[in-house]
Each structure stands twice: as C-alpha cells, then as structure tokens.
Design a protein around this ligand. Sequence first.
Ligand code: FE2
Ligand code: FE2
Length: 298
Amino acid sequence: MKATTDNEALRAVLASALKSRSALQPRRGERSSAFWPAPHFGLDRVALFCESSEEERNEILRLCGSSLMAEAYFIEKFGMYFAAKMSLSSESDEERILYSLFASDEAVHFNWISSFVSEDSIARYARDPFIRFLDEVLQKEDRLTLSYIIQVILEGWGISHYRALAADCRDEDLTGIFENIIRDEARHHRSGVILFNEQEPSGDEIEKIVAVLARLFAMVQVGPQMIVSQIELVKGRLSTERKIRVFEELSCERETTKKIALLKSLIHSASHAEIILNRLERNFSLRAFSASQCAATV
Ligand SMILES: [Fe+2]
Ligand SMILES: [Fe+2]
C-alpha cells in the first residue's frame, strides 16, 4: 500500500476528517528521535554505553527511540487493518459499530505516530520478526484467535507499554499523544475481553490460541535484542562475551520476567486462563532466558 497520496484535494479532505475527530494536532517537521533518556532503556547501567563518546551515546539513543516509534507506527497501521477485518465479519450491528469506531481510533493514532517516524526507520523496522509475526497472524487467523491475541493480549500490553513511553518521554507533544492513545486502547482491550468471554472455544480453538501465544512469548523470552542491535549498529559487532555482559547489565532476566508476568496477568483477565497457562508452561514459554541464552539468539 502506498504511504502517501499526491492528490492535494484528497489530502485536504483527509486533514479535515482527522481534525474533526481530535483537537490534538502534532507539529509536523524535523525532530530528533532521541525521545527517551538512557535510563528508559537501562542503558545507564551498561558500561560500554557509558564509556562511549557523547556522539555515540546520542546516536544509540536516537536509534533506540526511532525503533520504538517505528514499532508503534506498524502496530497502529495493523490496528486499522484489524478493526476493518473485524467490522466486516461482525455478527451484530453493535459489534460493527464498535469495530468501525475502533478503526477510526486507530486511523487517528496512526496519523499521530506517523509524524514522528522517519522513512528509513520504517524501512529498517519492516523486517523485524515481531512485525512479520503480526502481519502473518492478522492475515491468516480467524476471528476468535484474532480478538484474543490482538484485543485481550496486545492491546492490553499496549496500555502498559504506552504508559511507560509516556512517563519517560522528553517530547511534550508525543507524551500527550501516548496519553490519548492509552485511553482508547483501554476501551479496545476491555471490549475484547467481554466478547471473548461470551464465547465457548473448542479444544482445537484453544490449541490455536496457545500456538500463537507461544510464538509471541518466544519473542519476549529472548530479552532486549532491539537495544543490543542498536548498540552494535554504532559500536560494531560485539564478541559473545561482551554481548553477555551487556545483557547482564540490562538485567535481561529480571526485566523479561516482569514482561512475562504482565502477559500472564492479561491471560488471567479473560476466560480459559488456567488451561492456556498450563499449556504455555508445558511448552517452557513462561521462562525468561539467561544473558548467555539471549546472547546466543540470532
Ligand atoms: Fe491504537
Ligand atoms: Fe487499539
């Protein structure tokens, strides 16, 4: 899909439609993407980062910030696709209204986030395993699996994720945007839990949900790979020993354990939690990797 249109008249209609939905209009134009300080990423505990020149430290922070924004860009873009797909397959008028409104929310979120993302970070992030995973899930999975994975789990996760981004963000406009998105995502998550709890999934449907969750957990278990990749982009390839030390200094096991606990609490927020968690436990999906396991992950 083309990112922009050259049609000036269409752009004017789009701008007016967006304006009618929200008074919040971020300034367009060049910005630094070092939106978060070193402690947000735990980089203040990493010796290699602290010993680097100011220029290198700024570049690592800029790259980490632009990766977070590119991730948000894709998530909001997928949000529009998800809501439209759910609207088309709705079983009642109320559901169709709900998902149509959510599609409008996601379009507004996407427009907000787009003004903070550069084209090169979008191109770089399009190959990220999490983005490719989401793309595949959205295209292939059925309505029940999608509402569970996207609304119950990922939109629930999004609330905490955006809250942490808003708390440490150095750009006032962007902080305001995250705060607005959090309010909408809370509604999206809540309705997902309500709709899922109304269903009586079969054993096969639960197995399908578990299989998608196991892939999602596998991406969390491997720790803060994104941060280490940005360090390598600036400092060059790290030896295995050095990489292990960086993961240790980032407290990878402790931080990942917190993320897994959050995901478990989201599973608990909907029905069938015990059976889903038992299956994930048997699959070793609920354990954070050690620093050396994280460093061995390609
Ligand atoms: Fe959103
Ligand atoms: Fe959403």
